[in-house]
Write a protein that binds this ligand. Structure first.
Ligand SMILES: NC(=O)C1=CN([C@@H]2O[C@H](COP(=O)(O)OP(=O)(O)OC[C@H]3O[C@@H](n4cnc5c(N)ncnc54)[C@H](OP(=O)(O)O)[C@@H]3O)[C@@H](O)[C@H]2O)C=CC1
Ligand SMILES: O=C([O-])CC(=O)C(=O)O
Length: 430
């Protein structure tokens, strides 16, 4: 048995019986449902309930290890363990992201993590496969893997919640249909976070339409700080940096100060006005204004759609990398003078964007998971007009889901939500 297998732990789950190797061996003999995988001792509790305890914390199955060596033997330089809950954990993005997190490359090589993975009945087998692969990687920092289908159990005690799972838009589906369908998921997950996550939990919403899903989730989680809800626009920022670097003939790392304003949609505004290349204004390095306005801008706005056409599915690996980058942006201090993009609650922002929507801004962090919106960027007429359009789109989306965020539903045919949804959720259910 490897050292890591014996030290992997469920120590933080108080309801779980801890087991020694000998005890597991004895249990294997009496429980046909107990299986051996490699040297890690794992018990699967089937949905039918074989071997499941009444207090089974997650509802599908759980992994149990010998925890006796854990606290005493882990390096003293390690930080206290953080618990990261991930929805859509059996999906494509998660399949890349979870392994990065478990390796230590996201939260740091001195940061042990617990992964709590949310799936559904339909993804149960796949989720078991994900958990098995995570174990087989022997990541020392991965202290525990739990999987389940009840977000109230999976989100319990979460320090971070990465909300990736969402229904993808199908053929013939209106934007309003997607808003409505996924909105319902984020109502429930927001309520669950409110009930069981740590009040300091940082939430990153990836499932689309991510800005409005984040707004819905935070509306249902008054116990959490609304500023700690993010929607992912880091992928768009990375895409913009890449295209600016390619055009300028420089390496990506020399491109800084790129912000995406607004919605993670085709109205997003990739800002070349404030961007820098090798410390100079990007517009002084790339003097082709027509390219910046008419090639670069739409290319970034529509890159996700183009990728779907090429791949037959949406970007997964690059999205996972950008989620990792987003977390790193929050847990490391932002280099002096730079900023990063994240969509956050607009309340009190210094750019005149209306309050009450989740809008992407230039932000910086002290490295403690918090952030501030960077004031004072140049907003010329070209930017302002487009920023306004994205703001209007987000306002329309909010109107479509007004009944999900505690406000009136607004019929906005342009946003694809002409049907009256007012009575689908009663105020008492909010
Ligand atoms: N913000 C951004 O920059 C980007 C966002 N995205 C978005 O990320 C999301 C996930 O993408 P990806 O991992 O590729 O997608 P996948 O389809 O691979 O996985 C998504 C997961 O969502 C869950 N899901 C699907 N339908 C529902 C439903 N009706 N209710 C609850 N959960 C559901 C499923 O998990 P289960 O069955 O376990 O519930 C599924 O495994 C999508 O919404 C996509 O549009 C993608 C790229 C970039
Ligand atoms: O629409 C999608 O699922 C893809 C997406 O967000 C992107 O690639 O930016």
């Amino acid at each position: 048995m490897t050292a890591r297998a014996t030290t992997t732990t469920r120590a933080r789950t108080t309801t779980t019986t801890t087991t020694t190797r000998a005890a597991i061996g004895r249990r294997r003999a009496r429980e046909p449902n107990a299986r051996r995988r490699g040297d890690a001792c794992v018990r699967y509790n089937t949905p039918a309930g074989v071997g499941r305890k009444a207090d089974d914390p997650l509802g599908v199955f759980r992994l149990e290890y010998d925890i006796s060596m854990d606290e005493a033997h882990r390096p003293k330089t390690w930080k206290p363990t953080v618990t990261v809950a991930v929805s859509g954990a059996a999906g494509q993005i998660s399949n890349h992201l979870l392994f990065k997190i478990a390796s230590g490359s996201v939260f740091g090589h001195d940061q042990p993590v617990v992964l709590r993975l949310l799936g559904s009945e339909r993804s149960r087998q796949a989720l078991e496969g994900v958990a098995m692969e995570l174990e087989d990687c022997l990541f020392p920092l991965l202290r525990e893997v739990d999987i389940g289908i009840d977000c109230r159990k999976v989100f319990a005690g979460a320090d971070w919640a990465l909300l990736i799972g969402a229904k993808p838009r199908g053929p013939g589906m209106e934007r309003g249909d997607l808003l409505e369908m996924n909105g319902a998921i984020f109502v429930d997950q927001g309520k669950a976070l409110n009930e069981v996550a740590k009040p300091t939990c940082k939430v990153i919403v990836v499932g689309n339409p991510c800005n409005t899903n984040a707004l819905i989730a935070l509306s249902h989680a008054p116990n959490l700080d609304p500023r700690n809800f993010h929607a992912l626009t880091k992928l768009d920022e990375n895409r913009a940096k890449c295209q600016l670097a390619l055009k300028a003939g420089v390496f990506y790392e020399t491109v800084s100060n790129v912000v995406i304003w607004g919605n993670h949609s085709t109205t997003q505004v990739p800002d070349f006005v404030n961007a820098k290349i090798d410390g100079k204004k990007a517009t002084e390095v790339i003097t082709d204004q027509d390219w910046l306005e008419n090639d670069f801008t739409p290319a970034i706005q529509t890159r996700g759609g183009l990728l779907i056409k090429k791949w037959g599915r949406s970007s997964a690996a690059s999205t996972a990398v950008s989620i990792a980058d987003h977390i790193r942006n929050l847990v490391n201090p932002t280099p002096e003078g730079d900023w990063f993009s994240t969509a956050v609650l607009s309340n009190g922002n210094p750019y005149g964007i209306q309050d009450g929507i989740v809008y992407s801004f230039p932000c910086r962090s002290k490295g403690d998971g918090s952030y501030e919106i960077v004031p004072g960027l140049e907003v010329n007429d070209w930017l302002r007009e487009r920023m306004k359009k994205s703001e209007e789109e987000l306002t329309s989306e909010k109107g479509c889901v007004g009944h999900l965020v505690g406000e009136a539903h607004v019929d906005v045919p342009d946003a694809g939500c002409p049907v009256d949804l007012e009575d689908t959720l009663l105020p008492g259910e909010m």
